[in-house]
Ligand binder design. Structure first.
Ligand code: ADP
Ligand code: MG
Length: 828
């Protein structure tokens, strides 16, 4: 008797061995298996006629095997199979395909799926005379395939004459070593539904139908209002769609059944976040006052007129700070939009109320810079409430122990009012006497856990009132991510730049043109400007350095590329992401699976070199690219192309002192050209710098390049960003570089970045607290996410009193289950 909570090992065709493998993919129960949705469908009821085929598109074709041949070439064996439908044929090609030699019996029906390409008769294969140059207008390289059974077995009805679901491979094997193919999944899922129906009609279960075994998780009234099917109906329909279900809807996961399952998942995600938000509102915070004295204090330090956006945002922050509940606000604003001054104003409010303010930055450079600008802004000011100057301290990890102890003492005794530092602030000994406001700069660089750690500090009087928290980020966060990752925060956006900024001229160039770039740098320096040169690595080609945050393009760079040789017999695992395939493969693939499939390589990274035309077949060279590095280029340029200019070197392996000295000299204009790694990525503010050269720009992520570009264009003079590329610019890198040239809008770039990297990698760090979604896809399901948020807010505010109590209880139970088991977030 099967229920959703039954362990998978009890499912027919599964058993202990397979269940153990499935467990590693997060599939433990019948429910987990049913929520492993097909990632695409094949219409084997109305197969696509070959006459309708379009080159360049992904196609799913059924035909009969007309012939096959294994060609031995110098670069390895190539297997060719010709698939026919009437007069039309399509040639299917597998590199390293020796294992396929005996798979395709002439006359057998086979379904293939892959990208259609025009068949060039000039291909080596035709020259070999195998099937003749006329064999088909199209070819498919490394298609997925499935041999369609002849209909003798009744279960074959799952494979033919219907819309057939195709599943992401689960990766495991049966005890006898066969892969867990789509066919296997179809049979297993089918038998689950059969058993559920049988359980329902068992005599011992009078009055129970399958619905009872697949309990509904959403209130009936809500489903009705949103026109969504029941859970059981939805699960059945996503696995075995009715004939006539539009293929377009199936492929884009927009059938009512899909939408129901996606909504369900996102609803519970948003409901959990909403409850967190509400719970936070119930905590005890500090109600700051903002009387005339505070306003006076703020006014006296403002060096310029705030922009309208800065005013609005400060208004939102002030409103939060005045409330007795703790503030939890995320402040988003593009690089250079002027977040720092807003943060300083909030700090003044806290200090004028007799509380301490802490500002935490992700790097020492940034913390030091904030400290210096706080001193600049507040140094000369006198606090109206105390009649004394503000007392500001810097606390970083690199302070010597004695100095650190001293600073900690001042913090503890309340002698420091504004404390700026790195995560050293979170060290246990850094006790505050009366912490009222925490500002976290570049929030996304800290883990989600860290963001709350600092806030939990009790005051010296033992009263655990929560400080206000203002998290700032210059990485524009696409709304979908903001809703999921930061759904428990209120959001303010500075969407306007301070006046007097001239747009930054962004140009692409290649390494061959480096001499022109150096000339340009010289000219700018001659005009009194300064420049940054940024390299992806510190020295040598070592790829293990902390600054590295390479995007990780998966596909080989060019159209000539071919799938990696696959020794697999499974059609699913033969599928490799390609530019075109990415569209389909991103559909329905959960971020979790995506992360598992493309783990960020921890070891050395390799670039796949362009395969030359002659060697286009199967040799994939794994050459380790030689990268220009900051240290080497510093030495080279200093004595070479930029000799005579004052160069400085900055990277993460220098001591904090060295970094500070170099930064200070660059600030003072004693260094003309700062050769650096991405340590300067965040927050560094030198208005006189007008040139940003990013070398090996193809290796940088969009967010990084955008941040780096934001280092210039801060003064009144015209600024330039030069993106210099080396070899091996992938298609994805092309898209990034072109986007950089096309726009300076951080949100637009962020959207592209999200598309390219996926939600799991958007911030370049894994510990972002992104939920583990199994059916929803944040890139695809934005509209459903918005709907889920609205519904969750509504439900959390007050479940409709007309709802049956059992349905409400079911929602809370489901919420608990999804949050505890799936996200592992057990809330205090
Ligand atoms: P970010 O949002 O990247 O932290 P900053 O706060 O560092 O930006 O501000 C960028 C630069 O713009 C700084 O030099 C700052 O002094 C200046 N700035 C900020 N607000 C204004 C304003 N309203 N008018 C003129 N300059 C401003
Ligand atoms: Mg900043």
């Amino acid at each position: 008797m099967l229920e959703l909570s039954t362990p998978v090992k009890f499912v027919k065709r599964v058993g202990e061995r397979i269940a153990a493998g499935l467990a590693t993919r997060g599939i433990d129960t019948v429910e987990d298996l049913l929520y492993h949705l097909p990632f695409r469908y094949e219409d084997r009821l109305n197969p696509q006629p070959m006459a309708d085929l379009v080159p360049g598109a992904m196609a799913s074709i059924i035909g009969e095997v007309r012939g096959s041949v294994l060609l031995r070439t110098r670069s390895g064996p190539i297997f060719e199979m010709t698939l026919g439908q009437g007069l039309g044929t399509v040639k299917c090609i597998w590199f390293h395909g020796a294992y396929l030699k005996d798979r395709f019996k002439p006359g057998a029906m086979v379904a293939v799926y892959g990208k259609l390409e025009p068949s060039r008769s000039a291909m080596a294969t035709a020259a070999a005379g195998s099937l003749g140059a006329a064999a088909g207008r199209f070819k498919m390289i490394q298609p997925q395939f499935e041999i369609i059974p002849d209909g003798a077995d009744p279960e074959d009805s799952l494979e033919i004459g219907r819309i057939v679901p195709v599943y992401e491979s689960l990766g495991g094997t049966t005890p006898w070593g066969a892969k867990l193919t789509s066919k296997w999944m179809r049979r297993v899922v089918w038998s689950i539904f059969e058993e559920l129906d049988q359980s329902a009609s068992r005599p011992g279960a009078p009055g129970l139908d399958s619905v009872t075994w697949v309990p509904e998780t959403l209130p009936a009234a809500m489903l009705k209002r949103l026109h969504l099917p029941s859970r059981l109906e939805a699960l059945r329909a996503v696995h075995f769609p009715e004939a006539g279900t539009p293929m377009v809807e199936l492929m884009s996961s927009t059938t009512p059944a899909h939408r129901r399952l996606i909504f369900e998942e996102l609803f519970y995600l948003e409901l959990g976040l909403e409850l967190k938000r509400r719970r936070m509102r119930e905590r005890v915070g500090t109600a700051f006052t903002t009387g005339p004295a505070v306003r006076e204090a703020i006014k006296q330090v403002l060096p310029f007129h705030p922009t309208a956006a800065q005013k609005r945002v400060l208004g939102e922050i002030v409103a939060d700070m005045r409330r007795p509940q703790p503030m939890r606000r995320l402040l988003q604003g593009d690089v250079g939009s002027g977040k720092t001054i807003v943060a300083m104003q909030a700090a003044i409010i806290a200090m004028e109320n007799g509380a301490q303010a802490a500002l935490m930055a992700p790097t020492e450079i940034l913390a030091t810079q904030h400290y210096l600008s706080a001193r600049r802004l507040l140094g000369g000011a006198v606090s109206p409430s105390t009649g004394k100057p503000y007392r500001i301290s810097l606390l970083t990890g690199s302070l010597d122990p004695a100095a650190k102890r001293q600073t900690q003492g001042r913090i503890m005794r309340g002698e420091s009012q504004f404390i700026i530092g790195t995560h050293a602030l979170q060290e246990d000994k850094a006790d505050f006497s009366n912490l009222g406001l925490v500002i976290v700069d570049e929030q996304h660089r800290f883990g989600v856990q860290q963001r709350f750690k600092l806030m939990k500090k009790p005051g010296a009087d033992g009263v655990a009132s929560d400080p206000d928290v203002l998290a700032m980020t210059a990485t524009p966060i696409p709304r979908t991510l903001a809703l999921t990752l930061y759904g428990d925060l209120d959001v303010s956006v500075i969407d306007q730049m301070p006046p007097g900024r001239t747009p930054i001229v962004t140009r692409r160039t290649t390494e061959e043109h480096a001499p022109e770039v150096w000339d340009f740098v010289r000219k700018q320096v001659a005009q009194g400007r300064q420049a940054y040169l940024v390299y992806p690595v510190i020295e040598g080609s070592r790829d293990d350095q902390p600054e590295l945050d390479f995007p990780h393009d998966e596909e080989p760079p060019v159209g000539e590329s071919i799938g990696t040789p696959s020794s697999s017999h499974s059609t699913e695992s033969a599928r490799k992401p390609s530019a075109e395939g990415a569209f389909y493969s991103s559909l329905g693939r959960s971020p979790r699976l995506r992360a598992k499939m493309n783990p960020r390589a921890e070891g050395p990274r390799y670039t796949i070199a362009k395969s030359s035309k002659s060697a286009r077949t199967s040799t994939l060279f794994a050459t380790k690219t030689k990268l220009r590095s900051a240290t080497e280029m510093y030495d080279e340029l200093r004595t070479g192309a930029l000799s005579g200019l004052r160069l400085g070197l900055l990277h993460g392996r220098l001591s904090a002192d060295e970094k500070e000295v170099t930064m200070a000299r660059f600030h003072r204009g004693e260094i003309d050209v700062l050769v650096s790694t991405t340590v300067i990525e965040v927050g560094v503010d030198v208005a006189n710098a007008s040139v940003m050269v990013i070398d090996h720009a193809e290796r940088f992520g969009l967010a990084q390049m955008h941040q780096l570009r934001g280092r210039v264009g801060r003064g009144a003079s015209k600024s330039f960003c030069i993106l210099m590329t080396g070899e091996n610019v992938t298609e994805q890198a092309e898209a990034r570089l072109n986007a950089m040239v096309a726009t300076q809008n951080g949100f637009e770039l962020a959207e592209l970045d999200l598309q390219q990297r996926g939600p799991g990698e958007f911030f370049g760090t894994r510990q972002t607290g992104l939920p583990d979604l199994r059916v929803a896809n944040l890139l695809r399901d934005r509209a459903t996410l918005e709907l889920a948020k609205v519904e969750a807010e509504r439900f959390a505010a007050r479940p409709d009193p007309a709802l049956p109590p059992a349905e409400i209880a079911a929602v809370w139970a489901r919420l608990k289950q999804q949050w505890q088991r799936r996200y592992g977030l057990i809330e205090a």
